[in-house]
Design a protein around this ligand. Structure first.
Ligand code: FDA
Length: 299
């Protein structure tokens, strides 16, 4: 079965863009800002919060990076204008981190400053390991001046726990996720249970520190364990939230919401949906079945 799943993962990258678009449409709000706003409004009407992301990453020149920053800035304007209960997520390489660290710093600082003026918040997503240190540096530099900015910790990284021990001293605001990029075994845990174990070890460290944490997962085992930890440790509700991706485990999302916990959905939109969609399709356990049904025309 795992051979079959691995084969499916390889097939995903060979699929025509239109097929990728078809299978991944539930993960993306749409191509326009208006589409993103509509989805956030629907979520807000159910008492669910959002973080909005203009899709795109790994830009190759300053103009592209500035365009991306301008679009992110428009999201902040839209949040105010439409009174949305949402904040902003950005990818460091979309802001130019792979071109020039100082330039990316200036770009992200501008967004964080603007968000600060609106009493809003910017989450800096974490990308693959060549950018881990650069992203932490970017975050730390901005955090000395502005507190309305947060980082992401990937529990599959062997270094993650010690990163958190260090970041706790600053009072960092976290999103904790498993991590989605393909990393070498030397730096990343590969086993499902060892990633979960590290996730919970890190979550406990974060909750003990009293720093704010976004518990980002759709894994029922982790969510149940987080519920238990929160109860055992008597963690106040203003110290954490749950986070999920648009189009994934809406049943669980609604349960967490009904249980009275804060839940935030990552709402990506924009024209650059391909790389994000491929990542989502690869981690969808139903993907193998969908592809087989599609190939053989089974309804
Ligand atoms: P896991 O992958 O084991 O999924 C648990 C269950 O959820 C599956 O069994 C399945 O039922 C369901 N599921 C998961 N993905 C699905 C999909 N695509 N389609 C259908 N069902 C699916 N990563 C990163 O490296 N940097 C980042 O900045 C972020 N940011 C981020 C924000 C938010 C809000 C979330 C929720 C996640 C991220 N991630 C991320 C992604 C994260 O690292 C991870 O890849 C996914 O959340 C999937 O991991 P789970 O913990 O859900 O476990």
């Amino acid at each position: 079965m795992s051979f079959f799943n691995n084969a499916i993962v390889s097939v995903t990258e060979l699929m025509p863009k239109s097929v990728v678009g078809f299978f991944s449409r539930k993960y993306i709000a749409g191509e326009s800002l208006e589409a993103g706003i509509k989805v956030v409004r629907e979520l807000n009407s159910k008492g669910i919060l959002a973080t909005m992301d203009v899709l795109g990453e790994s830009v190759t020149n300053n103009t592209e990076a500035e365009n991306a920053k301008n679009k992110a800035s428009q999201v902040l304007d839209a949040i105010i204008k439409h009174n949305l209960n949402a904040n902003l997520s950005i990818k460091p390489t979309q802001m130019g981190l792979s071109i020039d660290e100082e330039f990316a710093f200036a770009q992200v600082l501008e967004l964080v400053k603007k968000a600060d003026g609106m009493k809003n918040f910017v989450r800096i997503d974490m990308e693959d390991s060549p950018y881990t240190d650069k992203t932490f540096n970017l975050f730390k530099k901005i955090f000395t001046e502005y507190k309305n900015v947060g980082v992401v910790i990937q529990a599959y990284l062997r270094r993650a726990h010690s990163d958190v021990v260090n970041l706790n001293k600053l009072g960092a605001n976290y999103r904790l996720c498993k991590g989605i990029y393909v990393e070498p075994a030397g730096i990343a845990y590969k086993g499902k249970q060892e990633v979960r174990d590290n996730y919970l070890k890190i979550l406990k460290e974060m909750l003990t520190s009293g720093n704010y944490v976004g518990i980002a997962t759709h894994d029922t085992y982790l969510i149940d364990s987080a519920y238990k930890l929160i109860k055992e440790m008597n963690i106040p509700k203003d110290k954490f939230e749950f986070q999920m991706l648009l189009g994934v485990r809406e049943d669980l999302r609604d349960k967490i919401n009904a249980d009275g916990y804060k839940i935030r959905i990552y709402v990506p939109f924009g024209k650059e949906w391909y790389a994000y969609s491929i990542r989502r399709l690869k981690e969808n356990p139903q993907m193998a079945g969908h592809i087989v049904k599609n190939i053989f025309g089974i309804r």
